[in-house]
Design a protein around this ligand. Structure first.
Ligand code: FAD
Length: 288
């Protein structure tokens, strides 16, 4: 199933999972159990991150296989950083053999722990170059990343839109956004895209706040804004994970319900490999 077609034919609900770190969950029973519970919420697709957070790249393909074997559509993330065209070609061959139809073409970031002097940028420097390579390599539906509040390296929101246009010209036919907590920033991105004649569906990336400290760290890295209402909750529950979880589920459900009312093309939940919380969010906003 192509994700661009799914998103054009009605709002999609999808999930992101990450592969277990090297040396953990060797038999994939933990992630398998999580996926099996998430399947109960009938996602339109499940995306699998690539090389992020210390997971191995072959693991990402194994998890994509697992998602497909459970009867769900998958989206495999791919990052350009560190790859030659030859290596990327063989990853794409593996994905084709596994029956993966959808890939998210990303630049990736230089790993924080990489030794000095390592060569990070080989044959690709930008996500749009990777998208172009994937387009010529096979019959994939290609997605790209979008940033409602701008990418942290970008000089302005307008230049970000021109880079999104470049991605579309190179084969990207849908976008997934970075997490955001203020729906206005997403709606304003959608407006800017309309103004620039970008009509690829944009799926809203929603990260539930389940532990305040963890999200404060993520906010620091991504630079995304935290509305005062949410910040107050995070400060109040900084040492109270149980109350934060409850308030975070409610906040995410409210965010999704409001976006749905506005006719968003889809919501993509960053599950952090949690199932019960995600299912509860969807129940509370009436989507599943
Ligand atoms: P690009 O689109 O290449 O943009 C990177 C920077 O370059 C931006 O500042 C952009 O404004 C600028 N730029 C782009 N084109 C040009 C140009 N022509 N000229 C000048 N400047 C330009 N990381 C992982 O490691 N693994 C993952 O699985 C993963 N999944 C992600 C999923 C989503 C939905 C998102 C939003 C991000 C994900 N990331 C992942 C993080 C991502 O790799 C980083 O945000 C990275 O810094 C940028 O990736 P990109 O694909 O947006 O890059």
């Amino acid at each position: 199933m192509r994700i661009d077609d799914l998103a054009k034919s009605g709002g999609t609900v999808s999930f992101e999972v990450f592969p277990p770190k090297y040396g953990m969950d060797e038999d994939l029973s933990v992630i398998g159990g999580t996926l099996s519970k998430l399947r109960g919420a009938a996602p339109d697709f499940v995306s699998v991150t690539y090389g992020a957070g210390g997971s191995s790249r072959s693991r990402a393909i194994e998890i994509a296989d697992l998602v497909i074997s459970m009867g769900m559509t998958t989206l495999s993330h791919l990052t350009a950083v560190g790859h030659t065209k030859g290596e990327m070609s063989s990853v794409l061959d593996d994905l084709t053999d596994s029956g993966v139809d959808n890939v998210l073409a990303l630049r990736g970031d230089i790993p924080a722990d990489s030794p000095e002097g390592s060569v990070h940028w080989k044959d690709f420097h930008r996500a749009s170059e990777l998208a172009e390579f994937v387009r010529f390599k096979g019959d994939f539906c290609i997605g790209g990343a979008a940033y409602p509040e701008g990418h942290r390296d970008s000089t302005s929101l307008e230049t970000d839109i021109s880079f999104m246009k470049e991605k579309v010209a190179n084969g990207v036919s849908f976008f997934i956004t970075q997490l955001f907590f203020d729906n206005d920033s997403f709606l304003s991105l959608a407006d800017r895209c309309r103004g620039a004649a970008i009509d690829a569906p944009i799926l809203a990336g929603i990260m539930p706040v389940l532990r305040a400290r963890q999200i404060f760290r993520i906010v620091e890295i991504s630079g995304c804004k935290v509305p005062r209402k949410l910040e107050a909750l995070m400060e109040r529950y900084i040492d109270d994970d149980v109350s934060m979880r409850e308030a975070g589920i409610d906040y995410a459900a409210g965010q999704i319900a409001a976006l749905w009312e506005k006719g968003v093309s889809g919501v993509h939940i960053y599950t952090m490999n949690k199932s019960a919380e995600v299912i509860e969010i969807l129940k509370r906003c009436g989507l599943r």
